[in-house]
Design a protein around this ligand. Structure first.
Ligand code: SF4
Ligand code: SF4
Length: 173
């Protein structure tokens, strides 16, 4: 298997793990909402709190609607999917608005280690933000904004999974 195919398969496996985790968490959240009657305000507060610690993780790691949206966003090839994800994570819902605004200030941040980066560009190709707005965002190019700080970064970690060098990390700043 050539290295690009190998990277694609690692990124695909990572995405599969994320969606599997989201399905389990989304199921428990839905059950708690329906059967325990937890308030929508409590869910909103929880989403905002996770934003403070992790950034906009709720949409693609926990949210039941996020799972459904992601399944639908699979249509239209990778470009169509990237465009839909970009719009969805820009508009989203109140939890997405709050946690997206917290991406810049969250405890956990996405970082690029310039000393090990080989400028292969695989991270930018895997990220819907830098793919849709390449003139503004890049995970590795100097003089561009980091997509990890952008409002619409959903902490999907596709960029981290795509990097062949381990130059991208998601950790406490
Ligand atoms: S986690 Fe990485 S790939 Fe995903 S949206 Fe954020 S910067 Fe882009
Ligand atoms: S994928 Fe990794 S090595 Fe390649 S440009 Fe991005 S950060 Fe640098």
């Amino acid at each position: 298997m050539n290295s690009n195919l190998k990277k694609k398969s690692i990124a695909g496996t990572a995405a599969l793990y994320r969606v599997s985790i989201q399905m389990v968490l989304a199921f428990f959240l839905y059950m708690a909402y329906v059967y325990l009657g937890i308030s929508i305000w409590l869910i909103l507060a929880f989403g905002a709190f996770t934003g403070l610690i992790f950034g906009k993780v709720f949409c693609r790691w926990i949210c039941p609607i996020g799972v459904i949206m992601e399944l639908f966003m699979g249509f239209g090839g990778s470009d169509g999917k990237f465009r839909q994800m970009y719009q969805y994570h820009k508009i989203g819902c109140p939890i997405a608005w709050i946690s997206g605004a917290l991406n810049r200030f969250s405890l956990f941040k996405l970082k690029t280690d310039a000393s090990t980066c080989i400028s292969c560009g695989l991270c930018d190709k895997s990220c819907y933000i830098s793919k849709i707005e390449p003139e503004k965002y890049s995970l590795y190019k100097k003089g561009k904004e980091h997509p990890g700080d952008a409002f619409s970064c959903s902490r999907c970690l596709s960029c981290v999974a795509a990097c062949p060098n381990g130059s991208l990390s998601y950790k406490v700043k």
